[in-house]
Each structure stands twice: as structure tokens, then as C-alpha cells.
Ligand binder design. Sequence first.
Ligand SMILES: NC(=O)c1ccc[n+]([C@@H]2O[C@H](COP(=O)([O-])OP(=O)(O)OC[C@H]3O[C@@H](n4cnc5c(N)ncnc54)[C@H](OP(=O)(O)O)[C@@H]3O)[C@@H](O)[C@H]2O)c1
Length: 221
Amino acid sequence: MKIGVIGAGFIGRAVAELALAAGHEVMLSNSRGPQTMSSVPSGIPGVQVGSAEDAARFGDVVLVAIPLEHYRSVPAKWLEGKVVMDANNYYPNRDGHIPALDRFETTTSRLLAEHLPHAQVVKVFNAIFAPDLTQDARPHGASDRRALPVAADDTAAKAQVIRLLDELGFDAVDAGGLDDSWRFERGKPAYCIPLDKAGLEAALAKAERTVELPAVERTRR
Ligand SMILES: NC(=O)c1ccc[n+]([C@@H]2O[C@H](COP(=O)([O-])OP(=O)(O)OC[C@H]3O[C@@H](n4cnc5c(N)ncnc54)[C@H](OP(=O)(O)O)[C@@H]3O)[C@@H](O)[C@H]2O)c1
């Protein structure tokens, strides 16, 4: 499969490494253009680089992993009909205040989905610290395999991403639709805590809409 990645930071690169190791083709992109990423392929052998538009066109599935404040710049036209994986989180200190999120009226992934009305948005990879992606990946069936939460409105898109997660080294817990995805946003019990499937299900069930837990070590982003 071809995976386009919009955002060549910690998360984009970690997912790229896992996806390449699993045999997929990957194109990374950033906002400044591929000329600023000339050293990337030597660090991640096999990866391609391009503009955000290039990555959106390239991917059968496209990951968005950028600071949330820039979500409206994601090239909607090239994502029509595609599955878009959304790793973004909301950090008001970084992203500025988004009143509807501050009032708990919407979710970060619903905002992206509203910007991409013809794509199938799947929230995934937001609730794991980037270095843990490569460190915690395990083969299918491993006894210490970590589970990650996944939410989407489109059942087929969600199933495709759950299969991809399995290839990349993680179990998945279906956390419902995009309007339910607040259960694993920043500050919830499931956020960036290593858990197996049962532990993740319990953490998702424990989440309260307006309660944000204090940040714990290694959950800064
Ligand atoms: N780091 C983590 O552990 C972690 C874990 C889970 C989720 N997340 C979330 O995932 C997202 C990315 O985090 P990160 O830590 O990977 O960020 P990062 O290391 O700061 O990298 C951000 C990347 O996004 C690119 N970018 C920014 N605006 C863009 C735009 N408009 N179009 C295309 N590319 C753009 C940047 O490129 P330029 O420099 O060229 O702008 C950079 O390559 C954030 O929402 C974060 O909260 C992070």
C-alpha cells in the first residue's frame, strides 16, 4: 500500500519507519517543501519525500500529523475518497485556543473531518508518544502487545486502519465514531499510557468528557 504522510515530525517519521518495515511505500511531506528534507531518506531508507499535495496524491491512505492549528491547510481536494489517519492533538499553548474544543462541543478529529468532507477520517496514533511507536511495536500475538484506540464514522475505513495497525505491531480497540473520540484525546486516561486491549477498554470507559487529567511524564505533545 502507498501511505502519504503530511507532517514529517516525530509522529510522521515513526509511522513511516514502521510502515516501510511492514513493506509499504511511504512519502513524507512538510510545509516547507521537499528541498528541506534532503537528509531524510538517509535516516529513513526507502522513504520518499514531497510536498503535502504530493503526499496526499501519493497515498492510498494518508496520515495527517501536524500541529492542529494548521489543519485547514491539509489539501482537501487530493484526499477525496481516501482514508485519512488523524494523529493530531489539541494543545492550546501551541495551537491557540479553539473555543469549540475548549467548550467540549466537538472533537479534534471532527474538525478535520469537517475540513475533509469527502474523505474517511480515522483517529489513530494520537494517543501514543512518538518514540513508543517504534519501541512498543510487537508481532501479532505477542503477549506484551500494546493496543491503540481507533475511532471513525466509516466502518470500512476503520477496519482498514485496524488491519494496518496489526501489520505495524499493535492491537486496536474500536473506540466508536469521531464524536466519541474525545475519550482518547489529550488529558484522558487512555492518552499516551501503554495498555493492552483490556486495559485500554477500561481506560476509555473511565473517561469523562470535561475532566482533563494532569499531564504525565512523556505526554507533552
Ligand atoms: N510527538 C508525539 O509524541 C505525538 C504523539 C501523538 C500525537 N502527536 C500529535 O501529532 C501531531 C504532530 O506531532 P509531531 O510531534 O510529529 O510534530 P513535530 O515534530 O512538531 O512536526 C510537525 C511536522 O508537521 C509539519 N507541518 C506543520 N504544518 C504543516 C502543514 N500545514 N502542512 C504540512 N506539514 C506541516 C512540519 O513541517 P514544517 O517544519 O515544514 O512546518 C513538521 O514536519 C501534533 O498534532 C501532535 O500533537 C504527537
